[in-house]
Design a protein around this ligand. Structure first.
Ligand SMILES: Cc1cc2nc3c(=O)[nH]c(=O)nc-3n(C[C@H](O)[C@H](O)[C@H](O)COP(=O)(O)OP(=O)(O)OC[C@H]3O[C@@H](n4cnc5c(N)ncnc54)[C@H](O)[C@@H]3O)c2cc1C
Length: 473
């Protein structure tokens, strides 16, 4: 392979790298996708559990209706139909009382008003207070809140500790992987503005019907069909502007190089002289991380009768039913700094305690096996000031193209952010090669507010304002 000149070499076969490779291959470019592991998917992938021999996801991943680019990517790969959409979410309190949250008949952003008015885990006063804060969120210019935490924003919006604990925390922790007292207000505002209030279907939750790795099965044939290659087990050790040196000693040359690794790898891989000239690289070393723990559980009998649920006020934030019968469950603990030091038995015991509190009938059911997966570097930490460190796909001092969820998409660490980063990197490559990338297709049948930008990224429109329907004007 040495000496072959590719149109583009992409280092990193996560979602950003795959999305970039797909877009370039569709335009007939010969791309080589270099991935250090033996599989594609990066942080959103599956593994064979040596204990059970089963294919398990590293952690449950969900997609929201506002994730238009990720769904566009899956449509291109041919697996969009492997996402099952849910309109309602069940919130279960300790003791087992349930509330179902789903969009009602009112148009956005008032579509959740009726549902919250009926939610039993919130008092009438808390619902009214959340409504007032929602109005403040809709009106907020998120760029002006980059320097403060969302906790400070909520305090100014008059939210009590109890409302934060029961409502704001679970939503923010799940979406941004940081607690309200650490997360940048700008990032949390982004989640609420784009994810919950923008359109009726923006917060629909999509859950893969199979494993994560199955979603990318079509990627290699698209790349290869255009004369490119997907090389697994190909670890880069030094990345320049027109060549990549592999750990094997081989040099891969290309007209353009895209670096699509996680942020913590970038500084180690970019050629030192290039990094100095580039100007975007040094600051990346100061970006921190936040962990996530996912726990696979198999029970002797059914324990969960809903597809997924939030455990109100619990350390275990979400449970997902992984089979039709409710015997297989996946528990998710985001912002899991307090959990990563525990061993597997202690993690499982804590999850079971939370489950038993909210699903009392599960207490008598025997656990067959459990598998906890700790991801210490799960996501970058979107603390105040983080946005200013995010690099663009192209810099002033070099021709190296950066992709990855950490680049300046405005999104928290998500599959949507990674796809956007990959699409934009594709655009940058086309520009560098003197061509242009056609805008992404709009996903069929979804997105009453989704529209196309000129730049290849599918965007959502800003919310329409119906404050009177929320009872807020
Ligand atoms: C536990 C967990 C739960 C999550 N839950 C959700 C969720 O529910 N919804 C959601 O939208 N997002 C979720 N995310 C975030 C989402 O997974 C990431 O934001 C996204 O997958 C990042 O994609 P990426 O391509 O930017 O980076 P990565 O997935 O990290 O891909 C980078 C790739 O580069 C490869 N690489 C690294 N070094 C080299 C090298 N030297 N040479 C070659 N290749 C290299 C890596 O192996 C990897 O495959 C979750 C993440 C985690 C960890």
């Amino acid at each position: 392979m040495s000496g072959v000149e590719w149109d583009a070499a992409i280092v990193g076969g996560g979602i950003a790298g795959m999305a970039c490779a797909i877009r370039l291959s569709e335009r007939g470019l010969r791309v080589v996708l270099l991935e250090t592991r033996k599989k594609l998917g990066g942080r959103a992938s599956s593994f064979i559990d040596p204990r059970t021999g089963e294919a398990l996801d590293n952690c449950q991943h969900v997609v929201l209706g506002c994730c238009t680019n990720y769904m566009d990517f899956l449509e291109r790969v041919g697996t969009a139909d492997r996402i099952l959409w849910h309109d309602s979410q069940t919130w279960i309190e300790p003791g087992g009382r349930r509330s179902v949250v789903k969009p009602g008949l009112l148009p956005a952003p008032a579509h959740y008003a009726g549902s919250f008015a009926r939610a039993r885990f919130l008092t009438k006063g808390e619902v009214a207070s959340i409504g007032r804060a929602s109005w403040a969120i809709i009106r907020a210019d998120r760029g002006r809140h980059e320097g403060e935490t969302f906790g400070a924003f909520l305090a100014r919006a008059g939210q009590s500790d109890e409302t934060v604990r029961k409502f704001w925390s679970p939503v923010v922790i799940s979406a941004c992987n940081l607690d309200v007292d650490r997360v940048s207000a700008a990032s949390a505002l982004h989640v609420f503005q784009e994810g919950f209030l923008a359109r009726r279907d923006a917060a629909r939750m999509g859950v893969p019907t199979g494993t994560l790795s199955e979603l990318y099965e079509g990627v290699a044939s698209i790349v290869e069909g255009a004369g490119g290659a997907v090389r697994l087990g190909a670890a880069a050790r030094r990345v320049g502007e027109d060549e990549v040196e592999l750990a094997s000693g081989e040099t891969v040359r290309a007209r353009c190089i895209v670096l699509a690794t996680p942020v913590e790898r970038v500084g180690r891989l970019v050629d030192p002289a290039l990094a100095k000239r580039d100007g975007r690289i040094e600051v990346l070393g100061s970006i921190g991380h936040s962990p996530i723990v996912g726990v696979h559980l198999a029970f002797e009998e059914s324990v969960l009768d809903v597809p997924h649920c939030v455990l109100v006020g619990m350390g275990t934030q979400w449970l997902f039913r992984k089979d039709g019968g409710g015997r297989r469950v996946h528990a998710v603990i985001s912002a899991a700094s307090d959990w990563v030091g525990l061993d597997e038995d202690a993690i499982v015991a804590r999850v079971l305690e939370d489950m038993h509190a909210c699903l009392p009938s599960s207490a008598g059911v025997e656990l067959s096996w459990a598998r906890a997966v700790k991801e210490k570097l799960a996501t970058f930490a979107v603390v105040p000031g983080f946005e200013s460190k995010r690099p663009g796909p192209v810099g002033r001092g070099s021709r190296l193209v950066l992709a990855g969820d950490y680049t300046d998409t405005g999104w928290p660490a998500t599959m949507e952010g990674a796809t956007r980063a990959g699409y934009r990197a594709g655009e940058a490559v086309m520009e560098a090669l003197g061509e242009s990338l056609a805008p992404a297709r709009m996903s069929a049948g979804r997105g009453e507010g989704a529209g196309l930008s000129g730049g290849g990224v599918v965007r959502s429109r800003r919310p329409a304002f119906f404050p009177r329907l929320l009872g807020l004007s």
